[in-house]
Ligand binder design. Structure first.
Ligand SMILES: Cc1cc2nc3c(=O)[nH]c(=O)nc-3n(C[C@H](O)[C@H](O)[C@H](O)COP(=O)(O)O)c2cc1C
Length: 159
């Protein structure tokens, strides 16, 4: 069965809520195994066992938190081996123009360097779901949409 990992760093729970909504929506797509794990519980080796990996971070000074960057940097041991897997990113900022899109794109850039397949969204949050603080109704819908769409892509490519 195809496997999707939803991983995140969260200090005050906002990004974690987004991750939970994404994982729940992904689990609504049948025929897929979805794991939800804080980034501290994911090793570079673990990443090899998934067909899709999405990462969420709070915005720290306009970019991802160090814990997410650490997993990405540590995954250099498997450089080239994540190629073709599905990727995606999401972020929560403190303010409406606080850097959530730059954070999503910074994560996406790293996933693209790994050779991962990242799907944009022509209707919803284009680069990946964002929230300002805790996800409001709009963000919740975007997270659910992202979870569904990512799961469907993983299933289409690896199911
Ligand atoms: C060290 C640090 C840096 C931050 N930098 C920014 C920032 O540049 N822009 C912003 O909008 N919010 C910033 N914030 C606020 C967090 O991104 C925001 O509160 C987020 O919702 C926290 O997510 P979490 O609950 O998952 O930890 C910062 C918070 C911390 C602790």
């Amino acid at each position: 069965m195809a496997k999707l990992l939803v991983t995140y760093y969260s200090r005050s729970g906002n990004t974690e809520k987004m991750a939970e909504i994404i994982a729940k929506a992904a689990r609504g797509v049948t025929g897929l195994d979805v794991a939800l794990r804080p980034v501290g519980k994911v090793t570079p080796d673990d990443q090899l066992g998934f067909d899709g990996i999405v990462m969420g971070s709070p915005v720290y000074y306009g970019t991802m938190a160090a814990d997410i960057k650490k997993l990405l940097d540590d995954s250099v041991v498997h450089h080239g081996k994540l190629e073709g897997k599905v990727g995606g990113a999401f972020a929560s900022s403190g303010g409406p123009a606080g850097g959530n899109e730059t954070t999503v794109l910074d994560i996406v850039k790293a996933l693209l360097i790994h050779g991962m397949v990242v799907k944009g969204d022509p209707q919803g949050d284009h680069y990946g779901p964002t929230a300002v603080g805790a996800p409001d109704e709009r963000s919740r819908e975007e997270c659910a949409r992202f979870g569904r769409r990512t799961a469907e892509l993983v299933k289409r490519l690896f199911g």
